[in-house]
Design a protein. Structure first.
Length: 345
């Protein structure tokens, strides 16, 4: 029993010793973290279709200041060109070119041509197709007007159908107050049908508004008796009496845009008129001086005048003082019979 007691005591002592001396213990392994489930990736968008190959890019437009500068230069060039053209218009014989097509068949321009009214009975009554005569105050009364064609085709019916305004002239017999019944070539004027403003076609307005308490023509009253353009209101006057009673300034623009234009674009062109021994009215070749032009062996030796100083280039301007300086004096000269029928080549 005692031995058992000693053995138990010995075991208890050993047990106590073991408790006093700690035995190193390996650390317990850390369990790995459970893996987080991966988030589902969003589906990729479909690839766009491949673009077609690009062409070379267009050149860039110039900057705005460059455009303005170029525009100004172009405008200045055009303005200069237009000014140059306008400056020579009155001095170029456009009428010759524009009327060249009238020479058809056997017709030929002559040194003088009879004044024949266009054959339009509905407009001109008994005067249609007739030669104007200074002695006939019934068919060709004062303060009346008709259209004539110059140069003529030789046929009044063909002339009446001619649409070329540059070959049309308004034949006007002046009112009695201006000597329209004196039975002279100076009773008549022939104004171009082409307005010098923008080429519309003026017409003579013979009407007049007279104060019933007065008799006759009233200068300064609301008379028309003037050549009026219906497009923009340009007005050209008949010859007027000056302080001495002489006729002056025939065809001068007195109102509307034509009156604001610089010389010589402020007067309508006129034809030179003469009368023969029978009283028939003739047109002398425009811009030729009938006092100096001679005829020998059937050929005209023409002495020309500056168009601006004489009749004006057909359809363009002239010096309105030429009426009293040239047109009126020429009308007082009887037609030389040698001039009739002389061809112009």
């Amino acid at each position: 029993m005692a031995e058992e007691s000693k053995e138990k005591a010995s075991q208890n002592a050993a047990s106590t010793e073991e408790k006093k001396t700690p035995v190193p213990v390996a650390p317990a392994p850390v369990p790995p973290r459970p893996a987080m489930p991966a988030a589902a990736a969003p589906p990729l968008p479909p690839r766009p279709a491949p673009l077609p190959p690009r062409s070379a890019p267009p050149p860039l437009p110039p900057s705005k200041p460059a455009q303005q500068s170029s525009g100004r230069r172009t405008f200045v060039k055009l303005a200069f060109l237009a000014g140059a053209v306008l400056s020579i218009i009155p001095f170029v014989p456009w009428g010759q070119y524009l009327s060249s097509t009238i020479r058809t068949g056997s017709a030929q321009q002559t040194l003088v041509q009879k004044v024949v009214v266009d054959d339009l009975p509905s407009k001109y009554g008994a005067a249609a197709g007739q030669t104007a005569n200074i002695n006939d105050l019934v068919t060709f009364p004062p303060n009346d007007h008709w259209v004539i064609t110059y140069p003529t085709s030789g046929d009044p019916t063909v002339d009446a159908e001619n649409p070329d305004t540059f070959q049309k002239f308004e034949l006007i017999r002046l009112p009695k107050e201006l000597g329209g019944d004196s039975k002279k070539a100076s009773d008549f004027v022939a104004y171009s049908k082409v307005c010098v403003h923008l080429w519309c076609s003026p017409n003579y307005n013979p009407t007049q508004s007279i104060d019933p308490t007065e008799n006759g023509y009233q200068p300064g009253a609301s008379n028309h008796m003037q050549y009026e353009c219906p497009c923009h209101g340009s007005i050209y006057q008949l010859p007027q009496k000056d302080a001495s009673g002489n006729l002056v300034d025939g065809g001068k623009a007195i109102a509307g845009p034509a009156s604001l234009q610089a010389f010589p674009q402020n007067a309508i062109p006129l034809l030179t008129l003469q009368a023969d021994a029978n009283g028939d009215l003739w047109i002398f070749l425009p811009n030729a001086d009938p006092t100096k032009t001679t005829v020998s062996n059937g050929t005209a030796n023409i002495v020309s005048l500056d168009p601006i100083e004489a009749d004006g280039t057909i359809g363009y301007g002239r010096d309105y003082a030429s009426y009293q300086n040239f047109i009126l004096p020429a009308a007082k000269i009887p037609l030389d019979p040698k001039d009739e029928g002389v061809p112009i080549t």
